[in-house]
Ligand binder design. Structure first.
Ligand code: 3LM
Length: 412
């Protein structure tokens, strides 16, 4: 089946968005409307969900032409689906990308992208701190097949310049990073990567395109766990890759269709689109409340260190101010009593729930070393800047005074 065909669909989407002048509309408007005209679906205000695994044509010639890449149209939902396609076009507009691809999870997005782009002997330069399962994919997945993974502190641009060599195919990072909120300068890193002939891939899960648009700073690909803020309600597992039509076409036809099969379900696409409609409102509220919580924790006598880029003394503050519209809803901290005190806090909170995942209406608390980052060996966690006592808060949409009251009682 020709990759060209899907490049063509993605280019058509891009051309349509441009000709409609939609890139000029505000983000909040695009998050609700981009890519959809109710007139195309019998006036249905809410886009219908196309539950169909396969798509029929009048003649064998037509379907054959779709396989040959000579004609547009859906074939089979592991390749494309009208509901997922609408979400993909909407996200592409929000990320300022030519095209996007929906996947069954964030790990599906990262896997599909990396398995497509990397071959044995290639090198991947990754930041020091990564989400636990991404770290495991690199070390237990890619490395097993002869891809060399080098971790570099990407806040140290000299170290990055030294690490990029002729075999470096891509530079990969999260900003803010999960779980310790490290901020990486997207523009500086992308520019060094491009100079060395490498692609830049940014996991934008924590920031979302409402706060940061990595492509506008020179990144080539953006990946997301749409399970988090994009979905926003803790009811769906989904992922996204966004980038050039060429790269997305390749990832669709290799990484998604043949290598992982990590396809997005149309119902998941619908739930993510419902979440996107309120993304700007939610991110403003998450950021506002997280700022209040971070400052309160910073002043609390039981707290040793707070990691939040909105704090003026945070090492990532200046870069975050430049590349983020606000500082987001995630806060990490260490208590003076170390890991024991952190575990006590998690046991004592009542309004706040102990759970992994993030970006929901409910405030969540968890312990990275034993949960989201338990895929690292303890020595590796220390090397990668993830302390055993670190506690992570996903600040929700409740009234901030109730979140503070719960933390206050639990820390007392
Ligand atoms: C978590 N994170 O609690 P899914 N990239 C980032 C992420 O934070 C995540 C993914 C990718 C968490 C999930 S831990 C068992 C629960 C920055 C997920 C992967 O495949 O949609 O879960 O995304 O930190």
């Amino acid at each position: 089946m020709a990759t060209d065909f899907f490049d063509m669909i993605d280019r058509e989407n891009q051309a349509a968005a441009k000709s409609e002048g939609r890139r000029d509309r505000a983000f909040a408007t695009e998050a609700i409307h981009a890519g959809y005209d109710p007139a195309d679906e019998q006036g249905a205000l809410s886009a219908p969900v196309h539950f169909s695994s396969t798509f029929t044509t009048q003649t064998a010639e037509t379907l054959g032409a779709r396989f040959a890449g000579e004609e547009g149209g859906h074939i089979y939902s592991r390749i494309s689906n009208p509901t997922v396609d609408l979400l993909e076009r909407r996200i592409a507009v929000l990320e300022g990308a030519e095209a996007a691809l929906g996947t069954g999870s964030g790990m599906g997005a990262i896997s599909a992208a990396l398995w497509t782009l990397l071959s044995p002997g290639d090198e991947l330069v990754a930041d020091k701190t990564l989400y636990g399962c991404t770290y495991a994919l690199l070390h237990e997945g890619l490395a097993k097949f002869g891809i060399v993974v080098r971790h570099v502190d990407l806040t140290d641009l000299d170290a990055l310049a030294a690490a990029i060599g002729p075999k470096t195919r891509a530079v990969y990072f999260e900003t803010p990073a999960n779980p310790n909120m490290r901020i990486v300068d997207i523009e500086a890193v992308s520019s060094l990567a491009r100079g060395g002939g490498a692609l830049t891939i940014v996991d934008n899960t924590y920031a979302t395109p409402y706060l940061t648009r990595p492509i506008s700073f020179g990144a080539d690909l953006v990946v997301h766990s749409a399970t988090k803020y994009l979905g926003g309600h803790g009811d769906v597992v989904a992922g996204i890759v966004a980038g050039s039509a060429e790269l997305i076409g390749e990832i669709r036809m290799k990484g998604l269709k043949d290598m992982t099969g990590a396809v997005m379900n149309p119902l998941a696409a619908m739930l993510v689109m419902r979440g996107l409609k309120t993304l700007p409102l939610r991110m403003e509220r998450h950021s506002h409340s997280a700022g209040i919580v971070a400052r309160w924790l910073d002043a609390h006598p039981a707290v040793d260190t707070v990691f939040y880029p909105g704090l003026e003394n945070d090492p990532g503050h200046a870069v975050a101010k430049r590349q983020m519209a606000d500082f987001g809803g995630m806060v990490a901290f260490e208590l003076k009593g170390g890991m024991g005190a952190g575990m006590d806090l998690i046991r004592r909170v009542e309004l706040i729930h102990c759970a992994v995942s993030l970006g929901n209406a409910e405030t969540l608390i968890q312990h990275p070393a034993s949960m989201t980052h338990s895929t690292y060996a303890p020595e590796a966690r220390a090397l990668h800047g993830i302390s055993e006592g670190l506690v992570r808060l996903s600040v929700g949409l409740e009234a901030p005074e109730d979140i503070l009251a719960d933390l206050d009682a639990a820390l007392a």
